[in-house]
Structure formats: structure tokens, C-alpha cells
Unconditional design. Sequence first.
Lengths: 352, 352
Amino acid sequence: MIENKAFIYKSIPDGWPVPGQDLTVEDIGFDENAPPPKGGFTTKNYYVAYDPSQRGRMRDPSIQSYSPAMKTGEPVISVSVIGKVLKSDDPAIKEGQIVMLQGSGSESYSAKDESAVKTTQIIEPKEGVPLTAYLGLLGMTGMTAYGSLHEIGQPKKGDVILISAAAGAVGQMVGQIAVREGLHVIGSVGDDRKLDFILHDLKFTSGFNYKKESIADAVKRLAPEGIDIFYDNVGGELLDVALANMKVFGRIIACGSISTYNNAKDTTPYGVKNYAAMVRRRLRWQGFLVFDPNIAQWRKERDENVTEWIQDGSFKSVDHITEGMDNAVQGFLGMLKGQNLGKSILKIADPE
Amino acid sequence: MIENKAFIYKSIPDGWPVPGQDLTVEDIGFDENAPPPKGGFTTKNYYVAYDPSQRGRMRDPSIQSYSPAMKTGEPVISVSVIGKVLKSDDPAIKEGQIVMLQGSGSESYSAKDESAVKTTQIIEPKEGVPLTAYLGLLGMTGMTAYGSLHEIGQPKKGDVILISAAAGAVGQMVGQIAVREGLHVIGSVGDDRKLDFILHDLKFTSGFNYKKESIADAVKRLAPEGIDIFYDNVGGELLDVALANMKVFGRIIACGSISTYNNAKDTTPYGVKNYAAMVRRRLRWQGFLVFDPNIAQWRKERDENVTEWIQDGSFKSVDHITEGMDNAVQGFLGMLKGQNLGKSILKIADPE
């Protein structure tokens, strides 16, 4: 047995997860001499993606949602984990290959049974494309942004798009695509460092810090003619202000409502009041999941375009890397609290 | 000059319109000896349709919406007015024909200029089809119901549909179509007479009186597996409860939010809290206007089917007729307050 540090989901949080109580780091052990599971394989892991949707899975299992509740006492499930194959009992997965595991535990070593083989993606390293890009722009986050913006948002050159959590993993990608496609791109962020990032690094048309200015004033000032597309990662007051400022036939892409995720049981979420605009302005408001067929159909186009854009340097992926499993809990909370710039990633070990 | 009683919009209401202050009935006169306007025609009117959307046009003209604000001091604009042509200066419109005027004043006699010709519909009376049907099932109300249910709702046999204001003009038609197409049809109404009507006359699967039972309890009881389609005429609490009970990929048809129309300026509308379901259940929520091309494309199918269903007696149109222009104000308020069963119509005179 060798040490296998893992980020553990200990108990169902009520409101913000409490370090040491709801979330811990523990050694769950790994038998490096055991054969791989029958038809499966084992990995040494390098990177684990953090994602706001993980918080939604830390819930009472009796509450239904699109993905099952996580099990307490086990490693936190991550949408994507990148590692190297140590041993394999499947002919398609070879020792030494770099793989991306989907919906896998946040742990230093993994033993996967044959059921994991079909969702495991073998990564062929490409010149100029860092491995972490497969957790962000070229991973689920990137598919989320690329697929939903095109499928639900139907962007046209000159459209005004407002993006909430604009410096976040999805927001920065949506914004960069929109800039490329000639939209008027407005970002909402919660600190000045992020505002500087979206304006100067990502070349958004404009943006505002919602902690420094009234949201209603900022939207009126930056989109005086109204909004064609609202890309919503947050919910809450900004959603309400956006509703009041949508143009006729506007589209609202419901990607997330992070403002509601950490509400304690007795908290009343922000009540949206301007929904009469749905009728008055004939809006379309639509939710999705990255695996839905209408979203997933954009995969090939995304893979080709985004790989090219990363390689030619025109697309930026800014990642927030938390170094080492010992810091896993604080990295996760930093993402939930909006302190991280770009895609939040936990680095377990240097790729060899 | 002869008497021409009209339903007049006197001043912008703040909250519920006040009879005698915001709305009155006045004689605006009609010169029966004058020629028709150049290229236009004159009518003696029989029926005027009431519609909740009229309230939305009684607003400060600086507030933009899909239809222009009404002008104070003039007759209340109605979506549809049915009358007989008295004199005509247009070759396509002949004396004695029955016509439907669109967006015309609520008045006993009308003089229409040539700009009205292209929106005027000549009605060919059909055996077994009452004239009032052209204000309801075969009018804009019917198009609203038929087009939006099919275009946005995408109903499939066995789907569970919840309809708010189910005994109202649009609601009763949506429900009857849904029953015909094999859906599980649940209606929400505000009194027991309406509940009896939707259950026994219209053959809805089930229904509830939201004034007698908690909405949340009623929806859980009648749709324990959740809702596929929510047809929303009302907004408010029922919308919030519906959001919490939508199935994955559910559709919300945003037809109206009558619960917000009569809010005074200082009233805070009901705040919808369960919008995180838009993301979690991948819902689509869409507003529309009956003139939008995607809705209007259902017109031919509606005309054919609904005429047949009225003639064979399988489709019921229950109208609430207010008798006489003197009662115009109370008929309008009755509609806004939900006291009328079915399509609200003002009868000015018996057809001759």
C-alpha cells in the first residue's frame, strides 16, 4: 500500500461547505502491486477539474436532479480527471497513455473497472496545447460554452451579449467566442482584477464590477438599447435586471445559478420579478446540459476551432491552479466563492 | 349626428382601473349622412372582444412594449370588433358584409380610413358557427392557444399539461385541444363554478381551485410525477410552483402574466424563486405574440380543424357576454378580475 490522498465528501453541507466537517483530505490508500480491475485499468492522476455543478451533487440523495447525489465518505466526484495509465486490462487503454476520466473521484490514484472504459478519453498530446486545456477550453467547460452559445443563443454579428461571472471558466470562453464572432460583449464580474482581465486580456467590449456599481445602472449604461443574449451563470439580481433589459426575441441561456447553490435550507432565494418580460418581449429562456444531443452536436466544430485558436495563440485559457491535494478544500471553496480567475483546477502531481 | 356610445380610456390607471375616472362610457357622435373616409368604410358594430392585453396598453406611452400605448380620451382599442358595413369606398369591402376589424375602437359606429382595409377580415357566415366564435376560437384568442400550444409546447400524447386561468378564453381552448390530443390536462381556476366547468363541460383530467387549496399541495397531488408543459396565463405563485415541478426538458409557454397587470406603481410583483430549475431540469420557457411568424403559421390548420370541431359540436366555446355599451366598464373589470367564464365579449347590438 502507498499513500493515496483524496479530497473527501464527508457530509451534506447546509449552505457553504465547512472545511474539516463537510470536506476533508484523507489518505484512502492504493495497492500499487495489485492487478488492475478486470477489464479496467489504474491511473496516477495529475489534474482534477473543479466545477460549480459539484456543489449541486452534495445534496440529500432524495432530491432529484440531472446528476446523482454524491455519496458521503467517498472522494468528491469531478467531471474530469487527467492521469497516466499505470496498468490496464483493456486492449484499447495502454500503460503510459494520458487519459481523461469522466465523473471520477478526486484522488491521487484511481482503480477503474470495465464500466469506466467507454467514458475514458485517450488524450493525444498536441504541440502548443497544454494538458490543462482538456479540462477547460477543450473539455466539458468548453463544450458547455461553445455548444450553448451557438445552439440556444443563436449569436449574430452586432448582437449585444451580457455574460455573468464573465471571468469564470465558462464566461471567459463564451466572451472570447462572442468577441471573435463580432458581438458587442459586456461582462459582469465581482472584482477589479477580473474586470481588468476581461477588458484587457480577453478584449470584451465593456464590463462592470457589480460590487462597485448598481447592476441596474451598469446595464443601462453599457447596453442602452437592450440585450439580445444574456448568458446566465449566476441567477439572482443580475438575471432580474437582464430580464428588464432584454430586447424583443432575446435569448437567455440558463447555464448556472451559482448565486443559489450555497443557500442554507432556510434561505429564501432571490425572487425574480421581471418575468412578465418573457411575454412582453417574446423571450426564450432555456436550460441545457452539456450531454444533451443539441449541445453535443457542436463537439466536432468545437474541437477543430478551439484547438486551432489555442495553437495560434488567439484564444486564452487562464486557469486557476490549486497546488497539491493538501489544498483541495480551499481551492474548491475559492471557486464557489468566485475568487478564482478562469478555470479552477486542482494539480495533484507534475505530469511525468 | 346620431348617438355613438363608446367605451373610453380617460386616464392611465395606477393599479386597478377606476370606473368613472380611468374608464367611462361617452357619446362620441356619428355622422350617419357623411360619406365613408376616402378609400375606407363605415360600420355599425355588434361585438367587441375584451382581452387582458388591453390593460397592458393602458400605460405611460414612454414605456415600450410589443403594442403601442393607448391614447387617453379615445375609445379603448380592442383586438377584434365585429360589425356590419354601412358604406364603403373600397371595392373589396361591400355594404352589408360582416367584417372583423382589428385593433379598432370600442364604439357603436366606426369610420375607418383606407389604412384599415388590409387588416379587415370579411366573415362569410357558416352554418353552425356563431359570429362570436370569430372573436374567440376562430379569432386571435384561438390562434394564440392553437399556435403557441403546438409551436412552443410540442405536446405529445400522455404529456402532463398544467394550465393557469384554465376557464379563461385562452385556457379553455388550450385545455380542449390538449384533451383531444390525449394529454393529461390539469386546470387551475379561482372558483368552484369554473372548476365544475373545466371538469364536466370541457372534460379536463383534473383541476383545482387555488383559492381553496395550497397551490403547492394541489400540484403535488394532481401531478405527482411532474409537469411536461406549463401553459402560463397568470405568472405569480403558480408559475413558481410549476417551475419547482417541471419534468426534465419541460416547456413553459409564456402567454400572459395577468397577476402583474394591475399592480400599482409601488407594488412589488411576486418574486419567482425556483428559476434554478431552468438549469437543473433543462427547461425551455418562451414568450410569443400571436402575429409572430412561428405562431401565425398554424393559422390554416387552426381554421380548418376548429371550424369542423365547432360544427360537429365537439368543441365548446363558452362566452361571457356583457350586454350593452352602458355596461362596458364593468365587463372589462370582470375580465381582469377573473370573474368571467370563457371569452369575454361586449355586445353592442343584436346582429341584423
